[in-house]
Design a protein around this ligand. Structure first.
Ligand code: ATR
Length: 289
């Protein structure tokens, strides 16, 4: 890993250190340890954040073990987000709407609180660059997985009308059932209807380096000039979809901002500081790739 010029001073880890981590299987790809430990150093917090590889079979035992060992909580990533939802004693509004949990907080009263910060992290990343659509405007989401549901729920909660389209239409229909008001468009028709929308979000792994179709680049010819095109893929930072949007003169938002913003709430809960997502944070995480 390259150390950037803005690397903060060395980490403090005493016997009283606050502990958290990220549970996933596999977890080696996660950028969360780099990000959280950067913030811990930057804010001089006595703490540590570690990768926690746990198989689906050992997930519950791993969570209980972390709790018993005095951890403050953990992030949860693929494939454990639904299991975390089932395991939590209490859920916040976003977790209930998302049907998944990406952040566990072990409270002092012994209860496990489950949060979903992906959707709000996505909205915050749009807001940070002044591209959050107005209430009543229309958004179209590509995909119907867990990421799509979190983003759709957060957009709806802001009063934005959401349509989704997915290769497997039954999954889109199931998502629309879970989030009443979401409209479903056929996968082979959405490009022609793009002119109706002010936000397009790719929530699939299409366009991701090493993913199912790294060259994924739909036709944006029907886009309205005010369309904002967002991608939750962040490797590469500029996906073929975003590059094409730029060529059409459209405004774009990459996936790195969502990754950084979704991490803030957990950090605040576990470590007691509200961390800033700024250029230095972004540069540090980019250099950790
Ligand atoms: P996550 O929880 O991260 O959203 P997921 O549940 O595996 O992940 O969902 C991945 C999304 O990418 C789905 O919408 C999936 O479409 P299907 O429901 O049809 O599988 C979409 N996706 C993945 N590979 C795809 C491909 N080659 N073409 C079109 N969509 C694809």
């Amino acid at each position: 890993m390259t150390q950037s010029s803005n690397t903060p001073p060395s980490q403090i880890i005493t016997g009283k250190a606050r502990l958290a981590g990220v549970l996933g299987w596999p977890v080696g790809h996660s950028r969360s340890p780099a990000l959280h430990n950067y913030w811990l150093r930057r804010y001089g917090v006595d703490g540590a954040y570690v990768p926690l590889p746990a198989t689906p079979e050992s997930f519950v035992a791993a969570v209980m073990g972390l709790k018993a060992a005095g951890f403050r909580g953990a992030n949860v990533t693929i494939p454990h987000k639904e299991a975390a939802y089932r395991l939590a004693d209490e859920l916040d509004h976003s977790a209930r709407r998302a049907g998944a949990v990406n952040t566990l907080v072990f409270r002092d009263d012994g209860k496990i609180l489950g949060l979903s910060t992906d959707g709000d992290g996505f909205l915050a990343s749009l807001e940070a660059c002044g591209m959050l659509p107005q209430p009543q405007s229309r958004a179209i989401l590509l995909g119907a997985g867990g990421a799509a549901r979190s983003v759709a729920a957060a957009l709806q909660d802001r009063g934005i009308q959401v349509a989704i389209t997915n290769r497997t239409q039954e999954r889109a229909t199931a998502l629309a059932k879970a989030l009443p008001g979401v409209e479903v468009l056929p996968w082979n028709e959405w490009e022609q209807k793009l002119g109706m929308f002010s936000l397009l979000v790719n929530t699939t792994s299409l366009g991701m380096e090493g993913g199912p179709d790294p060259l994924f680049c739909p036709d944006l010819g029907q886009a309205a000039p005010e369309l904002v095109v967002a991608d939750i893929v962040y490797v590469p930072q500029i996906t073929p979809l975003l590059a094409s949007a730029g060529q059409h003169g459209l405004r774009t938002v990459g996936g790195l901002g969502m990754l950084l913003h979704q991490a803030r709430l957990g950090f605040r809960e576990w470590f007691g500081v509200d961390p800033q997502v700024d250029d230095a944070t972004q540069e540090y995480v980019l250099n950790s790739f």
